[in-house]
Design a protein around this ligand. Structure first.
Ligand code: SF4
Length: 372
């Protein structure tokens, strides 16, 4: 297995750039097609490609436009991006333009050893796989395909063979909450450089009943804070920006509201991680397989299409994007919270649950102090 290692030491690609000007990560859904049928799928993926997918030439034009951002990380995602026959050429073109590229292939027989090798040769910098249970039973039942755990293990072994840094993404939901420690252990055994815990957002195929409670989330975030200090890999929370609040509260004094970079270098946070608070539309943008632009993959409010508008213009000037970067507009307990600038709550969850993208994040247990 690949040994866990941090990429600390390399400068982050957009360090110092305001999120009003450029995102840290562009998530690019190359296709919606996927052979899996996961319970939580954001994309509600289907088993065929859409004839309206962006063409290779359109993708290249979008990459040329994205250069105006500088060098954000581009994460090629799906569906399953491996369904794109021009995938290696797209990775190559992105690298030619100076972007750091990562990919999230689905664990199916389609992602073979030779696919991993070609991704490496095309210049991919990191490979991310999903692991939602620490063993075959728990993982396969979530992915709803027998064999998924084995295919995931195969991809991880090939990533190690070709020296591709590995990120493991795990969905945290009611069904695997009791497996948290085992999942954390598995991430270490698999040699991950980063473990990203995604706090399920009830959108796509995921429903509210799958989501853990705010108290349970607080407990998980505390355990993740301990991992930040002790684990061999970096730790990241997705759709739970209050992880920053938890870190600040429990690793510094309760009155400290400094930005998270003040915690470095005491915390294990790698160079491909942002120094600023990342949230939907604030440091992130999402481009769909047909070119629609969203603040993130979990906040399905369309803000334009790259076929007739520059993604840079949309990110910088679209009113919805701008509102997401203004903490003074937040409502509910997030609006009066002293951590709103370093956290701000998951805007995707607020929208999924209330229809208001500026409402409070129900998964945060920090309400007593917020209202005080
Ligand atoms: S109340 Fe909102 S802004 Fe404050 S810590 Fe919780 S989620 Fe973040």
């Amino acid at each position: 297995m690949q040994s866990g290692k941090s990429e600390e030491g390399k400068p982050p690609p957009t360090f110092g750039t305001s999120f009003d000007v450029a995102p840290y990560i562009v998530l690019w859904e190359l296709t919606r097609a996927c052979a899996l049928n996961c319970k939580h799928c954001r994309a509600s993926a289907i088993r065929q490609r859409d004839s309206a997918e962006l063409s290779f030439e359109e993708c290249k034009r979008v990459m040329d436009q994205l250069k105006d951002f500088g060098k954000p990380i581009i994460v090629f995602t799906g569906g399953d991006p491996v369904w794109r026959p021009d995938l290696f050429k797209l990775v190559y073109e992105a690298n030619q333009r100076g972007f750091i590229t990562a990919i999230t292939p689905s664990a199916t027989p389609r992602t073979t050893r030779s696919v991993i090798r070609e991704l490496k040769e095309s210049g991919i910098a990191r490979l991310a796989v999903s692991l939602d249970g620490p063993d075959k039973e728990s993982h396969d039942s979530f992915r709803r395909v027998n064999g998924s755990f084995q295919w995931t293990s195969d991809i991880i072994n090939w990533a190690s063979e070709f020296e591709l840094p590995l990120q493991i993404n795990s969905t945290i939901w009611k069904g695997n909450l009791q497996l948290f420690e085992k999942l954390a252990q598995r991430a270490e055994e698999f040699g991950a450089v980063l473990w990203s815990a995604f706090f399920l957002v009830p959108t796509g195929r995921a429903v509210l009943d799958m989501q853990i409670s705010d108290v349970q989330a607080e407990d998980v975030l505390l355990r993740m804070a301990e991992l930040c200090v002790n684990a061999k890999y970096d730790v990241k929370a997705t759709a739970a920006p209050h992880f920053r609040r938890v870190l600040l509260q429990h690793l510094l004094s309760d009155n400290d509201t400094r930005e998270i970079n003040s915690l470095r270098p005491s915390l294990r946070v790698g160079a491909l991680r942002s120094y600023q608070s990342v949230n939907d539309g604030k440091g992130i943008m999402f481009i769909s397989h047909t070119g629609d632009v969203y603040p993130s993959g979990f906040l399905p409010i369309g803000c334009g299409n790259v076929k007739n508008e520059s993604p840079v213009e949309i990110y910088r000037h679209n009113p919805l994007f701008k509102s997401l970067r203004n903490p003074d507009l937040l409502r509910g307990k997030c609006g009066i919270c002293r951590f709103k600038k370093v956290c701000g709550g998951s805007r995707a969850r607020a929208y999924a649950e209330t229809g208001d993208h500026l409402a409070e994040d129900s998964l945060c247990a920090y309400w007593e102090q917020a209202s005080a």
